[in-house]
Ligand binder design. Structure first.
Ligand SMILES: Cc1ncc(COP(=O)(O)O)c(C=O)c1O
Length: 384
């Protein structure tokens, strides 16, 4: 294993946590497609159970371990746990950390399924959640109580592309002895490092940019050894059972090797598209943190290295040639020829989706930005 802290990120992203196969020399990690592992004796089995050795794939597997080592390194965490989806990571992490009678302060405007989990399911278990506009950190501070166990935020927010100030909120949460969880799916560790900014746990939907190819689901939680151990046992393997299949871990590890270069291209393309849309006469507003006109562009510079990520949202004007905003948005989206109407983000294809209040979200892919812009131009012409 070549875990050299002095290596550059491009090197670590390839080598960290990786070894060639001891028995065959295979350089690519074999896929350990097995449900269970053979022990030599009863005593050996007992020892494997005690030491978190390879006993059963829902609990531990070499492919999952390699991915966890890589993610912990990328996010500057001590430990990581992977899961079958981003939602698996979110639910397993929160269930591991709260009990009946606890309170959570959550950012409003987070991914809709996360909000549903907190507002509907946690309520059934006697956990109270207060949702606030976290783009203003004072709102978090005002909502804290003595029993606030967790502060939960997402940045950039899905789908508004508003930013939440991680460093300031980490200080506010810690003054109250609350933990801070940050869903950093839209940013990836290439452009944003929540743990370095003070977060206790970082969540990712690996389904998105980290796998990057739109062909498998996955999730992860990364943080201190102590906190991740609580998710590792018994929350994820027992309560939710949301374990990542070995094949999916292998695919995500393959995707990660090009994360650095892919992410830079996603950002470059997204900025070009955002700048184009910003100049278009039919557009009311473009939301992309990488744009100088984004109200939180200064925060984007300090928190995201000035890179806005690979997703942007925009709204058409109401009343274009007598059309309502809803009618115009539908005509525009239905006229796209290269961009695909689909949910999700962070893959090679550009995906377009209409959210509530006719906010059009584009998850920019890895195609040529000229071709994406030309597709939008020809669709915009249909509104004339
Ligand atoms: C910000 C964010 N977090 C979490 C998730 C959930 O991830 P998954 O679909 O892998 O469960 C999503 C899904 O779109 C997301 O956008």
């Amino acid at each position: 294993m070549n875990n050299n802290l002095n290596h550059d990120l491009e090197t670590k992203i390839i080598h960290w946590g990786h070894t060639s196969d001891k028995s065959t020399g295979a350089l690519a990690t074999p896929i350990y497609q097995t449900a269970t592992f053979a022990a030599q004796t009863v005593e050996h089995f007992e020892q494997l159970c005690r030491d978190f050795g390879y006993v059963y794939t829902r609990e531990c597997n070499p492919n999952l371990n390699e991915l966890e080592l890589k993610l912990a390194m990328l996010e500057d965490g001590e430990n990581a746990i992977v899961s079958a989806s981003g939602m698996g990571a979110i639910t397993s992490t929160i269930l591991a950390l709260v009990k009946s009678g606890d309170h959570i302060v959550s950012s409003d405007g987070i991914f809709s399924h996360t909000k549903l989990f907190m507002s509907e399911l946690l309520l059934k278990f006697g956990v109270e959640v207060t949702f606030v506009d976290a783009t203003n950190p004072c709102n978090i501070k005002d909502a804290l109580k003595t029993n606030t166990k967790l502060v939960y935020i997402e940045s950039p927010l899905n789908p508004s592309l508003d930013l939440v100030d991680i460093e300031t909120i980490a200080q506010i949460a810690h003054e109250n002895k609350s933990l801070l969880i940050v869903d950093s799916t839209f940013a990836t560790p290439i452009i944003q490092k929540p743990i370095t900014l003070g977060a206790d746990i970082v969540i990712h939907s690996l389904t998105k940019f980290i796998n990057g190819h739109g062909d498998t689901l996955g999730g992860a939680a990364i943080g201190s050894k102590e906190l991740i151990d609580l998710v590792k046992w018994p929350s994820l393997p027992c309560f939710t059972g949301a374990s990542l299949p070995p094949m999916n871990a292998w695919m995500i590890l393959r995707g990660i090797k090009t994360l650095d270069m892919r992410m830079k291209k996603h950002c470059e393309n997204a900025l070009a598209v955002a700048e184009f849309l910003n100049e278009e006469e039919y557009i009311e507003e473009v939301k992309y943190p990488g744009l100088k006109s984004h109200p939180q562009h200064e925060l984007c510079k300090t928190q995201m290295n000035g890179l806005g990520g690979g997703v942007l949202s925009f709204k058409l004007k109401d009343g274009i040639n007598g059309l309502s905003r809803d009618e115009a948005s539908r005509i525009l989206i239905n006229s796209l020829q290269l961009c695909t109407i689909a949910t999700s983000l962070g893959e090679e294809h550009t995906l377009v989706q209409m959210n509530g209040e006719n906010l059009i979200r584009i998850a920019i892919g890895l195609e040529s930005s000229t071709d994406i812009i030309n597709d939008l131009k020809q669709a915009m012409d249909k509104l004339k």
